[in-house]
Each structure stands twice: as C-alpha cells, then as structure tokens.
Design a protein around this ligand. Structure first.
Ligand code: FAD
Length: 261
C-alpha cells in the first residue's frame, strides 16, 4: 500500500504574530513544530503500513527549514520524505498550496491513500486536503477518527459533534484525520539517527508539471484585506443580590445605563 502524508510545519505558539504591512505570518524567531494533527496523520499511515505493508511518503511544501518537520516524521518511521520548496511557491493561498501539493502527488505516481491533518493550527482553514482531492479527482473524507481497509474498500468513522458517521469509499482516497484517531508515537533514538542520515530531496517548481499562473501569490485568488489578533475580552460584571428579582432589577438598570436596552 502506497501512503502519502501531507505535513505542514507551523509556528509553535498560540500567539501568532502578523506583519501588518504584508498581512502574512511573522515566522522569524518563532520556533516551529510539525502541525499536531499531521502527527496523527503520520501515525495513522504507519499503522496502516504495519497492517497492510507498503510505504509511507511524507511531503511538505514550505521553506528549507521545513526539512526539520520532515525529519521528525522520518524518525517516527516514515520511509521517505520530499520537500516542495521554491520562492515561486511563496504567498500561496490554500488553492495554490493544494494545487502544488497535488502536482507533487502526481509526480510521485502511484498511491492508494493520502492522509492529511484535520487542519493546520496556524492557517486553520481545513481546506488544503479537500482541495487536493478535487485537483486529483479522487474521493475524500474529512474528520476521520478510524480507518479500516479491506481490499479496495476503505471504511471510516467520521467524527461528528453528536457521534460518528460510518462511510465506505473506494481507493484511492484522501482522508483528513482528527486528534482522537490515535496517539502519535515518539521517535526513538534509532529512528532519529536514521532520519538524520537520510537525504530529503527538494522539488522546485521546475520539477513539477505546474502552470506558473496557478502557483504562489500569482495563483492565489484569495486576498487578505486585514488580519489581526482579537483584543482580549475584559472581565464582565458579576451581580450578586439576595434574590433573583433584585439581581435582575440591577441588571436591567445597568443595561439601561449603558443604553443597551
Ligand atoms: P489547512 O487547510 O488547515 O491544512 C489541512 C492539512 O493540509 C494539514 O493538516 C496538512 O496535512 C495539509 N497541509 C496544509 N498546508 C500544507 C503544506 N504547506 N504542506 C503540506 N501539507 C499541508 N502562508 C505562508 O506561509 N506564507 C505566505 O506568504 C502566505 N501567503 C498567503 C497569502 C494569502 C492570500 C493567503 C490566503 C494565505 C497565505 N498563506 C501564507 C497561508 C497559506 O495559504 C496557508 O498556510 C496554506 O495554504 C495552508 O492552509 P492552512 O494553513 O489553512 O491549512
């Protein structure tokens, strides 16, 4: 079974800083990690390989330092990793990102399953996986919490707020996985040493059969008008009175004073 996992390197912080001039993320000086949901994706792929045999390939589109994220996935047990990196890919929105990743998948050739994380913790759109499936013309299931493969049939449990939906699809398929699917393994010393010795090829725009009008900023129809960190909410007022009637009367008075009612 040929399994491809899409992995994004993201800033290790919940306080992502925004460059007000360019409306893009400030990545300098911020430590990076593997997007946590993508570790679940790698773990799911490794478990499928352990059950069915085959090969796990991890791919990432990003700057040269994204190699570190790929190395961590190799240390977990992935067989190969490819970095898709070129200045021409810079400024990509989700459509251009998914188009480029789909082109890399096409270059890899044969595959059975592509696994993505549910979403990236920085961009947070959850669009890249489904868009890739569209570019590749294959089936997709999002929010996957369990995967069972029998022959050409993939049976998945899809997480809902109120339970699970059981879906059967044919291979090849793209699945985006949620946190509850598994507990990602920690890389051991042997895996880390092996990963450090492995070469990670870099594929540039010239290596992929891409239309240059569809990559990077040029290929990105999304225009970010404004991006900002919401201001912290101030603490509310607590009204404590002996009876509910008195408390409600005071609440109404305060709302009236503030011209809300
Ligand atoms: P999601 O869709 O939430 O990710 C879902 C899953 O897709 C991930 O779990 C992972 O499995 C996979 N995935 C997502 N991204 C990648 C990736 N790169 N490689 C491999 N797998 C991946 N970002 C920049 O860093 N620099 C920029 O200059 C920049 N410019 C932008 C300009 C515009 C107009 C817009 C709209 C966005 C820009 N972004 C930029 C953000 C960039 O579009 C997103 O980071 C990227 O497209 C992924 O979207 P997401 O983070 O919402 O991922």
């Amino acid at each position: 079974m040929e399994i491809i996992v899409c992995v994004k390197q993201v800033p290790d912080t919940t306080e992502v800083k925004i460059d007000p001039a360019t409306n893009t993320l400030v990545r300098q000086g911020v430590p990076s990690i593997v997007n946590p949901f993508d570790k679940n994706a790698v773990e799911a792929a490794l478990q499928l390989k352990e059950k069915h045999g085959g090969k796990v390939t991890v791919i990432s589109m990003g700057p040269p330092q994204a190699k570190e994220a790929l190395k961590e996935c190799l240390a977990m047990g992935a067989d190969t990793a490819i970095l898709i990196s070129d200045r021409a890919f810079g400024g990509a929105d989700t459509l251009a990102t998914s188009y480029t990743l789909a082109a890399a998948v096409k270059k890899l050739g044969v595959f059975d399953v592509i696994i993505c994380g549910k979403q990236a913790i920085d961009g947070d759109t959850a669009q890249v996986g489904p868009e890739m499936a569209e570019h590749l013309g294959i089936a997709q299931v999002t929010y996957v919490a369990q995967i069972d493969i029998d022959g050409d049939v993939v049976r998945v449990e899809r997480e809902h707020e109120e339970g699970y939906e059981v879906i059967e699809v044919q291979l090849p398929v793209l699945l985006s996985v949620v946190k509850s699917i598994n507990e990602p393994r920690f890389p051991n010393v042997k895996g880390t040493m092996k990963a450090n010795r492995m070469e990670i090829p870099i594929w540039t725009a010239g290596d992929l059969a891409v239309d240059e009008q569809k990559i990077g900023l040029k290929g990105s129809p999304t225009q970010v008008r404004k991006i900002f960190t919401p201001s912290q909410r101030t603490q509310g007022v607590i009204i404590k009175r002996d009876t509910a009637r008195e408390a409600v009367a005071e609440l109404i008075q305060k709302l009236s004073d503030a011209k809300i009612v």
